[in-house]
Design a protein around this ligand. Structure first.
Ligand code: MN3
Length: 382
């Protein structure tokens, strides 16, 4: 029986992973959540993990009380996430926390030699060079959970001898596809939280609306598949049926299709290389009738261009863009700034915050901190 530890167990990816785990009778050895005490306690009572971590220390007493009859270790904070990530009691760590907070636990899991199902894209955006270098040294496998990267990973199977020309990274286009900057000026958080194809958390939903999500995925793809930025083409595909594709040297394009349901990539990451029944439904191409493909609007959605510029420049620039974006998105969710200001703040941080080379985790953390401080200063000075 495969043993799984989940960081981010109460979120969208975490709960869908548990559906997959229920279907296949895997064992859950540890779970962690940011602040959803009640759901975390329910999960602990159902799965009886060895350890439970609530990142936010404010809720720990309540969690302790809810789990007083359980024999489970209760942890908190970054220390708790890292303790779970470093433990040797699971075969695979699913890292589905949101944000830069996921990077250190990823590095700890690699240090422990544990394979990772990676849904935390900021891990690779902010610390891609470190993560990939350390994983290679330790022989750790990183299985992508993000649907696009899973599709690329699936399209690479059996093709290790063949040369990749480029990858086609598909994008849904988000809820504001086709809109102009003038129309987006007055958008509020509530408008942006209606995403067409996927059910996700708030941070990633806003990232999808600004297209920063695709920018982060562009960087993620560069690191996961060892590509040059010029080898990644972003294509807007509104139906989210083709989840991404690989073009080989002979111009054959191999892609992966399926209904837009994260359980398929989650299951592939957890059970690789096995393909077994998944708790979702089949794809009916005739129900869709037609699939469309278009170029992204880089003019309106400047976050996307920022991310590509950042990884093209390299070093700490992607960590700066990521940190500035996180800070700006949470400000937007609190209605402190307008929709278009997210991209303006990210662009500002990209141009004004000191960059440099990535030599260790502390470099990444310092760049992230400086980018967030820049964004907060700009908002305070408004
Ligand atoms: Mn995705």
């Amino acid at each position: 029986m495969k043993k799984v530890a989940i960081l981010g167990s109460t979120g969208s990816i975490g709960t869908q992973a548990l559906d997959v785990i229920d279907q296949h009778g895997m064992q859950v050895t540890a779970i962690a959540a940011a602040h959803n005490v009640k759901r975390l306690a329910e999960q602990a009572k159902k799965y009886h993990p060895e350890a439970v971590c609530l990142f936010d220390p404010a809720g720990v007493e309540e969690l302790r009380d809810l789990l007083r009859d359980e024999h489970t270790e209760i942890l908190t904070g970054m220390e708790g996430l890292c303790q779970i990530a470093s433990a040797k009691s699971h075969d695979i760590l699913l890292n589905s926390v949101v944000g830069m907070v996921g990077l250190l636990p990823t590095l700890k899991a690699i240090e422990a030699g544990t394979d990772i199902a990676l849904a935390n894209k900021e891990t690779l955006v902010a610390g891609g060079s470190l993560v990939m270098k350390n994983a290679a040294e330790k022989g750790v496998n990183i299985y992508p959970v993000d649907s696009e990267h899973s599709a690329i990973f699936q399209s690479l199977q059996g093709n290790s001898m063949n040369r990749i020309r480029k990858i086609i990274l598909t994008a849904s286009g988000g809820p504001f596809f086709g809109k102009t900057k003038a129309e987006l000026k007055t958008v509020r958080a509530a408008d942006a939280l209606k995403h067409p194809n996927w059910d996700m958390g708030n941070k990633i939903t806003i990232d999808s609306a600004t297209l920063m999500n695709k920018g982060l995925e562009f960087i993620e793809a560069k690191w996961l598949f060892d590509l040059d930025p010029s080898q990644i083409e972003i294509v807007v595909h509104r139906q989210s049926v083709l989840h991404s594709a690989v073009e080989y040297e002979d111009y054959a394009v191999i892609g992966q299709m399926g209904v837009p349901d994260m359980k398929i990539p989650i299951q592939y990451a957890l059970l690789y290389p096995n393909r077994v029944a998944c708790p979702t439904h089949p794809l009916s191409l005739t129900e869709y009738g037609s699939l469309t493909f278009e170029k992204p609007d880089y003019e309106t959605f400047d976050c996307l261009r920022c991310a590509i510029d950042a990884i093209t420049e390299g070093g700490l620039r992607p960590a700066i863009v990521n940190g500035a974006n996180e800070e700006a998105v949470y400000s937007f969710l609190r209605d402190e700034i307008g929709f278009l200001e997210i991209a303006e703040l990210v662009r500002g941080a990209m141009e004004h915050v000191q960059g440099g080379a990535v030599t260790c985790y502390e470099d990444v953390l310092a760049a992230d901190t400086a980018a967030r401080a820049y964004v907060r200063e700009q908002i305070a000075a408004k």
